[in-house]
Design a protein around this ligand. Structure first.
Ligand SMILES: NC(=O)c1ccc[n+]([C@@H]2O[C@H](COP(=O)([O-])OP(=O)(O)OC[C@H]3O[C@@H](n4cnc5c(N)ncnc54)[C@H](OP(=O)(O)O)[C@@H]3O)[C@@H](O)[C@H]2O)c1
Length: 181
């Protein structure tokens, strides 16, 4: 994964990812998948997130264990804990994670939008949840269109179901380079 990075996130039918500052669904299998992807060997791995996503993590899971946590913010913020860095933009975050085997952008919405058109994006670990959660945080229409387009080679998991909610995992790899950066 030298120089490149991956995106990992879950969205509902309409590209919704968040509601009221937290995840709109409770899917332990999905959280397990997220942990497995972002801690995959050989490591070490780094996760890159927006400041509101950092704020949304329950304090007992903050920083996400076993990974370098990089929090993006343009403002003066303080974060405490070992293995946590603050970066001013995505370029600085990726540079800070240079040398980490797995580099994962994990949200929120504007960061996913930015990462999707980044030339160094290698793959997307996407969870598609087959329901409308009336989210207040969503991907942009152009990101949703790009994810649904044919620029990717796709591997799709079997259908999952938890608490009556159906979802599946997809791994997307670019089959074409983006037209412009
Ligand atoms: N479904 C999923 O997989 C998933 C994943 C992640 C998050 N979420 C959910 O999404 C919501 C949070 O996402 P969000 O989109 O509202 O916020 P967010 O992207 O997590 O955080 C936004 C903040 O991050 C900083 N930031 C973002 N991009 C930056 C950049 N390029 N350079 C510098 N700073 C940057 C800014 O912080 P400052 O304001 O400090 O400057 C910005 O206000 C929550 O509900 C969370 O639970 C869901």
């Amino acid at each position: 994964m030298s120089g490149s990075f991956a995106l990992v996130f879950a969205m509902d039918r309409h590209g919704g990812i968040g509601q009221g500052g937290t995840l709109p669904w409770r899917l332990p299998g999905e959280l397990r998948h997220f942990r497995e992807v972002t801690t995959a060997p050989p490591g070490p791995n780094a996760v890159i997130m927006g400041r509101r996503t950092w704020d949304s993590l329950p304090p007992r899971f903050r920083p996400l264990p076993g990974r370098l946590n990089i929090v993006l913010s343009r403002g003066p913020i303080t974060v405490s804990g070992e293995r946590v860095l603050i970066a001013r933009d995505l370029t600085a975050a990726l540079a800070a994670a240079q040398g980490y085997t797995g580099r994962f952008v994990i949200g929120g919405a504007s960061l996913i939008d930015e990462a999707l058109s980044h030339a160094a994006l290698e793959s997307v670990f996407l969870t598609e949840i087959d329901r409308d959660f009336h989210c207040d945080v969503r991907l942009s229409p152009s990101s949703l269109q790009l994810l649904r387009s044919s620029v990717w080679r796709r591997e799709r998991s079997d259908e999952q179901e938890e608490s009556g909610i159906r979802y599946h995992f997809e791994m997307l790899r670019r089959s074409e380079r983006p037209a412009a950066q």
